[in-house]
Design a protein around this ligand. Sequence first.
Ligand code: BGC
Length: 772
Amino acid sequence: MKQYLKIDEWSIIEESFDPQTQEISESVFSIGNGYMGGRANFEEQYSGRSLQGSYMAGVYYPDKTRVGWWKNGYPEYFAKVLNSTNWIGINIDIDGTPLDLAKCTVSEFRRVLNMKEGTLSRSFTAALEDGKEVKVESIRMVSMVRQEIGAIRYSILPLNFNGEITVTPYLDGDIKNKDSNYDEKFWNEVEKKGEPDSGYLTLKTKKLDFHVTSAMAFDILVNGEQLNAEAEVIEQEKYVASTVHLSVKPGDQIVIYKYAANVTSRNHGLGQLVDAASAALNSAREAGFVALLSEQAAAWRDKWKESDIYIEGDVSAQQAIRFNIFQLNQTYNGEDDRLNIGPKGFTGEKYGGSTYWDTEAYCVPFYLSTADSTIARNLLIYRYKHLEKAKENARKLGFRKGALYPMVTMNGEECHNEWEITFEEIHRNGAIAHAIYNYVNYTGDQAYLGQYGLEVLVEISRFWEERVHYVPHKEKYVMLGVTGPNEYENNVNNNWYTNRMASWTMEYTLEALSYLQEQEPARYAELVDKLELLEEETAKWSEIIAKMYYPLDDERGIFLQQDGFLDKEIILVKDMLPEHLPLNQKWSWDRILRSCFIKQADVLQGLYFLGDRYDLETKRRNFDFYEPITVHESSLSPCIHAILACELGYMEKAYEMYLRTSRLDLDNYNNDTEDGCHSTSMAGTWMSVVHGFGGLRVEDGRLRLAPSNPGHWTSYAFKIMFRGSRLKVSVTDQQVTVTNETEIPAALTLYDQEYEIEGLGTITADGVSITA
Ligand code: BGC
């Protein structure tokens, strides 16, 4: 772990150039807008270690599966979000020598991610081998207002020479995915055109026929004057560029404004791509860079108004939480219900940019509280639209009925191929059902059940019904051969979490059915008909609920992660020599599987999801047993522990877990940030503040808050949207203030006291013991 980024409330700042950390910085400084995004690569050529990454949401490639030993049921492909045309490139040559930071002496380097206004900037002085020096400043954005537009201002100042600077803005589609299974390139060229000050390039994927047109236009100013110099147009395979030669003397200022539009066949007809790109591009160029920047700042101002968390007295924690919120808002905006959130967002290729249970378990709560409810609803509808595919998936694995959602997907089809995950990590079905409950409970939108939710719930319950079986000698239903959220154990029997979520899903499905029968009888009848739902099925679910087997240890009063868990040698993580950690980099897989060490919340994930069903003492006993043997080697782990620790009043532990989740990428905790940021776990960071320290729960449709102060902050404040109102919750050591920032009245329980807050009203609770 190397901490090299400067602490600042609103920015991420790097103050010197180090090729060793370049790939980490490329991830951390990534920018995007929910529609497209990319890593913080340099505009000019760079021959050092780098992952050039530019990604268009929803544009993927079904890369042929690669496995050692094929197993029936494996998917044919692993979907990969496609690394697409590099639209940021501007090559600079100085008297014929490329400006390349890997080959110059670099000084006064500074890179800044301005999270308040959504820009990435960079400045440096570079001395070439022959002693020529230039000063460069660049600022880049991916527009939050015009989703297809990115823009750059790049300036270069010769410091000590008379000579020629050559500027070459380009579009390069000759791109390879780092994670390509067979080292293949995935794009073919369709058409291109270069003009002296512009150009476009259309590519299509070798499979599935996604088309992407990237168009660029640029203006060059020398000492403030628009340049009308002749440009040399270069067209090569999957490449378009224009080169401009400039005679310069010390102090001349060359400024390049490069605008780019990236449009895809997901949103435009094939024949319209070039026109659509040109229209978006021309309108951005006419508006001009300054106007684009101010639009951007205004859009981010609005985002922050809804989702900021303010921490006083700890700048490092403040920076970290804003970084997480910033990344989430630039990864997904909920406008397109065909899109979802890849574990790395637009910051890298690992996990293929596909959808995991991370969305339902971690991201849905963030979007529920920080944005209009249609956004979380769109995430749910995404799964509704994949229901038929989830049914096919279950059939493919030999189930007669029901739906098994994929562990990893782009279009509803499973595309993961490790048997212990693909076939066994079926708990994902539980998280998808729970997200429906979460959404309905939070928003009060009961109509969602009749419209979409119930169909998903019924098919998931059917799957569970078939996946369990009755064991006469136990007089219980059991579930064998699963992998729980703790991926450091596979093929276990009766994973408590999976059994519990299965039975909970059936319970909730029955509840939703009764609700509909009473409140919307016509829709109920329609759905029973459509689903061909039989009374014997619902009766069976009730029986399974009553007779589900849960492994327990009476002596310790804990739920057992799975059958036989206590046969393991129990060693606490704190008693391990540090050189053994992280286990996944230091130990053989065999040794990990046999050990007691837990990768991420498993039993505790269940106690978090179903928190209203378990008392504090049950949670305490389980937390006290499981947390000390948990290595948190999934980024999704610390946040769940932070939330439970808060509930239990373990504030130091909660704070330790909070720091671990919130600065995971900024401080490269897991030594893997160069692959991309842990975008989905960033929602967990938000949860650890709002659900953890803020104590937010919604019970019986009522908002409940029970804030505590972790003890390291003078105060903190967060915003939540709840049923039309937006509330700002501010917490000091002695006082909690809730301000209603809208005209819509809100009801809530603060600790044990009930309040009504009128529109624009404020309530204050003081004299309460806030610091545990
Ligand atoms: C975790 C999974 C998670 C995946 C993607 C894995 O390391 O164990 O729970 O879904 O990463 O974030």
